[in-house]
Design a protein around this ligand. Structure first.
Ligand code: ZN
Length: 500
């Protein structure tokens, strides 16, 4: 999709639709053209709003044909909700709804007025950025496996015009950064939506290599099974050993221009399919293609990073494997030696993500990062703790955690900090090995998952994001148009890295 700027009044250019907004119970507005469009339509816009009880609630949308009174074919009025609740997220959602409505109308182009000045403290660049994000994200489709033409119905919206004056260089930059973020989220969604027969650990590795080919400032190394063995990643190998498809370990580097002071390590869980292993899952196995959503977020973030180009060094680490039951699969009671040298007794083969991550975190420590951030679909418990719209965040450094939470808020990806209660670790220490991989003795599985990971981060500042409930959406929303992968937390990561 293209986002362009124009100095021509929208009513005079042949776009398929123009849009205006209304706060709840406040009617049409002047600055975004609503009142002018109403005049051109002889007051029919406000009349229809009244007839149809349009109140301007968030999500409300009214579509009015113009019958050639002006060049655009339709005027859309979208509700923004109460003015007191307005934020960049209101505009992100607006962008999503305009995109979905435009595609429903089979419109190829749309236009809106970019108001100068702030609205409730949100400046034009931030609003433009949010709109482009919402609109771009709402255009996401996953139709590559549909074979019939009618089911392959492609989106029609191709161009969005913004009318307005102002510093276009800054606006242009905001729009380009937002489009880069959308591209990264799309990649993460695509990879997560792909089924495990199409996305194995080695395919994930090839996807990473493709990123290095696409962007000059990214380099990638992919380790195969033999090299993983050389690295003594005993935990990752154990998880993979019951599968006919070999594991891969992906190491990405983003090299910024200049000499950055900060280095961030991003570590993403890449279990391309999780059957549970011998502790086989008895429900929702069909969703377990999404157990690599953390890895997908790392790759998506790198794709966006290469274009946004923040002045920070970033390395990515992805342990990729498939967890399957088989005659040679790892067993409950097996004792593994992790890369760090610590031994782990297997209590539950379905707690495999933390094993793969243990080796990846240990490897990542060697890059001497300023901050470590891991993201993983780690525990079902996070859905009970904070639900399906909020990511659980746990870490060992208050400032880092606060910064990540702030980035999530800005990005429209809510997150909430849970406490790392060290007492819950006792259960892990009771067996014959240094640690057990499950059975901490607490019901707070999200906290105990983080406690296990913390064992492998050495003295680094680290934060863990449990995205088990947020990486996948069971219901479409304004800028996530379908059931499936959301691409969380790519946006949070980019906002975090841009603000460092
Ligand atoms: Zn599992």
């Amino acid at each position: 999709m293209d986002f362009k700027f124009t100095q021509q009044p929208l009513e005079k250019i042949p776009v398929d639709l123009v849009f205006a907004t209304s706060f709840e119970k406040e009617g049409l507005r002047g600055p975004d053209g609503g009142i002018v469009f109403d005049k051109y339509l002889d007051g029919n816009l406000s009349r229809l709003m009244q007839d149809q009880n349009f109140e301007g609630k968030e999500g409300e949308i009214l579509c009015v044909p113009t019958f050639q009174k002006i060049k655009p074919k339709y005027v859309l009025v979208a509700g923004l909700g109460p003015q007191k609740d307005f934020s960049a997220e209101s505009i992100r959602r607006l962008g999503g709804r305009i995109c979905q409505e435009a595609n429903r109308l089979r419109a190829r182009s749309a236009g809106g007025i970019l108001e100068t000045g702030g609205i409730k403290g949100v400046p034009p660049e931030a609003r433009l950025r949010a709109f482009v994000e919402g609109c771009g994200l709402a255009a996401y489709q996953f139709i590559r496996f549909k074979t019939k033409e009618d089911k392959k119905k492609k989106n029609t919206l191709q161009t969005v015009w913004f009318y307005g004056r102002g510093k276009t260089a800054r606006l242009q930059k905001a729009s380009e950064e937002a489009q880069a973020i959308v591209g990264g989220v799309e990649l993460a969604r695509d990879l997560t939506n792909l089924p495990p027969n199409h996305l194995t650990p080695s395919v994930l590795g090839r996807q990473a290599l493709a990123l290095a080919k696409k962007h000059k400032n990214i380099s990638v190394t992919v380790l195969g099974a033999a090299e993983i063995l050389k690295q003594k990643m005993g935990a990752l190998l154990a998880v993979a050993q019951g599968s006919a498809t070999p594991p891969a370990f992906i190491h990405l580097k983003y090299n910024p221009s200049g000499k950055p002071k900060t280095k961030v390590a991003l570590i993403g869980k890449g279990i391309t399919f999780d059957s549970g292993g011998l502790n086989i899952k008895t429900r929702e196995q069909e969703l377990m293609k999404m157990d690599m959503a953390g890895a997908a977020a790392v790759l998506g973030a790198f794709d966006a990073l290469a274009r946004v180009q923040p002045k920070v060094a970033v390395e990515g680490f992805i342990p990729a494997a498939e967890n399957m039951p088989a005659g040679n699969a790892y067993r409950p009671s097996d004792i593994l030696t992790t890369r760090s040298g610590k031994t782990v007794e297997i209590v539950n083969t379905d707690a495999e993500g933390r094993l793969a991550l243990a080796d990846a975190l240990d490897f990542a420590c060697e890059s001497k990062p300023t901050y470590m951030i891991d993201m993983a679909t780690l525990t079902g418990g996070t859905a009970y703790a904070v639900g399906e719209l909020v990511t659980s965040v746990l870490g060992n450094d208050k400032r880092l955690t606060a910064r990540l939470l702030a980035a999530g808020k800005k990005a429209g990806e809510p997150a909430w900090e849970l406490p790392i209660v060290q007492d819950y670790k006792k259960g892990y220490l009771k067996g014959p090995a240094d640690l057990k991989n499950s059975g901490s003795g607490t019901k707070a599985s999200t906290i105990s998952g983080a406690l296990f990971l913390e064992e492998f981060v050495q003295n680094n500042k680290w934060v863990h994001m449990d995205i088990a409930s947020t990486a996948w959406a069971d219901e479409p929303t304004s800028y996530h148009p379908m059931v499936g992968a959301t691409g969380t937390p790519v946006r949070t990561l980019i906002y975090f890295l841009m603000d460092l």
